[in-house]
Design a protein around this ligand. Structure first.
Ligand code: 13P
Length: 256
């Protein structure tokens, strides 16, 4: 089973729609068709920039794919300030980050909410990028496997084997996010194994062999190839470095 590389840029709460247009255009100039043969390249702008970025992708026939950073679980209804999976899907959004640690920690999303969102994304035909990861305290206490295993299990339970196989899960240790201190690639690969074991437990070996597991946390052009060299790691979820098209393109072209 060969899994296609997936490299996604999480722009977080950065870039106005005008800046986002420039960023995706610059990124496209730095990538060539061979890169897209090898890697699924995804950018996840803020909600306000999705439409603009989608227009650039469509008008310029780009192979960069569109992702969102968050979503609500209902199709419509009295949820002031929220955006539904249907709204995203109609905009051409293909990927949705679900359960990012900033959503969990700053906005109080628990595993139940994460599971609902994940199911709604799947039901709408988009690909969730489920983020899981431990805090530094949890790592120091030796609870990493238990924490990420439980996060993955609660979110993924109820999906069938086919759906599980099309998932992406990002291992993002919280202590590595935005700190400049990336996890050691062996540590990341070990965590990816734990996540893959959960997918196998829920959906069987075939689903586990097909699901893509990414690493996220201070990924940059200098460290990406060490992560990609790990058989268990199929790509990256990139924060800060994805805001710079030169750096993000260098990450996508990690083998160069
Ligand atoms: P950084 O790459 O800035 O550490 O962010 C990682 C992240 O949170 C991606 O979702």
């Amino acid at each position: 089973m060969t899994r296609r590389d997936l490299i996604a840029g999480n722009w977080k709460m950065n870039a106005t729609h005008l800046e986002a247009i420039q960023m995706v255009q610059k990124l496209s100039y730095r990538l060539d068709p061979a890169d897209h043969e090898r890697v699924d390249v995804v950018v996840c702008p803020a909600f306000t920039a999705l439409r603009s970025v989608q227009t650039v992708i469509e008008a310029d026939h780009l192979r960069i794919q569109l992702g969102a950073q968050n979503v609500h679980w209902e199709e419509s209804g009295p949820y002031t300030g929220e955006v539904s999976p249907l709204m995203l899907s109609r905009l051409g959004v293909r990927f949705v980050i679900v359960g990012h640690s900033e959503r969990r920690q700053v906005f109080g999303e628990d595993d139940t909410v994460v599971a609902r969102k994940l199911k709604a994304v799947v039901a709408t035909g988009m690909t969730p990028i489920l983020a899981v990861g431990e805090t530094l305290d949890q790592r120091d206490r030796g609870e990493t496997d238990e924490v990420i295993g439980a996060q993955a299990r609660t979110a993924l339970r109820g999906l069938d084997a086919d759906q599980l196989g099309r998932m992406a899960v990002a291992y993002e240790p919280i202590w590595a996010i935005g700190t400049g201190h990336n996890a050691d690639p062996d540590t990341a690969a070990a965590a990816a194994l734990v996540i893959r074991a959960v997918v196998s437990e829920l959906g069987g070996l075939e689903a586990a062999a097909a699901a893509r597991i990414l690493y996220g946390g201070s990924v940059n052009p200098g460290n990406i190839s060490a992560f990609m060299a790990k058989r268990e790691i199929d790509g990256a979820l990139v924060g800060g470095a994805s805001l710079d098209p030169d750096q993000f393109a260098a990450i996508v072209r990690y083998w160069v």
